[in-house]
Ligand binder design. Structure first.
Ligand SMILES: Nc1ncnc2c1ncn2[C@@H]1O[C@H](COP(=O)(O)OP(=O)(O)OP(=O)(O)O)[C@@H](O)[C@H]1O
Ligand SMILES: [Mg+2]
Length: 257
């Protein structure tokens, strides 16, 4: 039975997609069956795995609004054990449709959760890449997840958004999903030589010591160029720093959930 983990942070550009793609590929490469769900209309996780968006017939949008069976939207990637439900910009429409319909009849809106239950046995892990907002798509994702990973950069503004994110997670936990918990906070684009980085890390340790993943992900050119090749870092640069760090985080994640 798959464990479901969302990568979420309402702040943009903090490394959610990069972490979701690379951790998914890493764990799949180690022999686990992994399904990645792209829940972001930007579709970055989709292109990060080299899936051409223009040719897609079915996407997560169709699943979310109940227009197709979930198994028809799953694509096997060219990477070992790794499948994806892709997203395109049309998912942005679902956010609005969901909102209207959800108010009208909440029951109707469980297509995604129901779909996932049907295929849950087929995977060991399902990882969801959330958009940079705390809107309906994120709420949907968190409502059906066992855990959430929070990628964050070591910057001053990163700390500001944390309490809001923690409150949202707490509310979803109380209202919809008692099994939701924080798997960990993952520091991304890390540069230990910067004073600011160390200040932020010290601040984080004060409040969230036990939540921090042991290994931060360094800022590297290889990590940022990999999506341009449609490849996760463990294929693009298997022995590089970024790949080794994501491998360590993937390993720790599996012990945490
Ligand atoms: N460790 C890293 N080193 C260098 N560049 C990185 C690293 N992690 C992410 N990036 C780059 O930073 C940018 C933002 O990363 P990413 O898209 O993963 O963030 P995100 O949180 O998913 O963004 P959004 O909120 O728009 O969905 C991307 O261009 C990505 O390639
Ligand atoms: Mg993203």
């Amino acid at each position: 039975m798959a464990k479901i983990v969302s990568f979420s942070n309402q702040k943009g550009g903090v490394g959610k997609t990069t972490s979701c793609v690379n951790i998914s590929a890493q764990i799949a490469n180690k022999g686990k069956r992994v399904l990645m769900i792209d829940m972001d209309p930007q579709g970055n996780a989709t292109s990060g795995l080299g899936v051409p968006k223009s040719k897609l017939k079915k996407t997560i949008y169709d699943v979310v609004i109940g227009k197709c069976d979930i198994s028809d939207a799953i694509i096997k990637t060219r990477f070992k054990n790794l499948s994806i439900i892709p997203a395109t910009i049309n998912l942005a429409g679902a956010e609005i449709e969901l909102h209207d319909l959800e108010e009208a009849n909440d029951e109707k809106f469980n297509y995604l959760a129901e779909g996932i239950e049907k295929i849950r046995e087929d995977y060991d892990y399902i990882f969801i890449d959330c958009p940079p907002s705390l809107g309906m798509l994120t709420v949907k994702a968190l409502s059906l997840s066992d855990g959430v990973v929070i990628p964050m950069q070591c910057e001053f503004y990163s700390l500001e958004g944390m309490s809001q994110l923690f409150n949202t997670i707490k509310r979803i936990h109380q209202l919809f999903n008692p099994s939701l918990r924080i798997v960990g906070i993952l520091l991304t684009m890390y540069n230990g030589r910067l004073t600011l980085t160390n200040q932020v890390v010290n601040e984080l340790k004060k409040y969230y010591q036990d939540k921090l993943f042991k290994v931060p992900i360094s800022r590297t050119v290889r990590i940022s160029e990999a999506p341009g090749y449609g490849e996760p870092i463990c294929y693009h640069d298997p022995y590089g720093k970024g790949s080794l760090e994501y491998a360590a985080v993937a390993k720790e994640l599996m012990t945490r959930i």
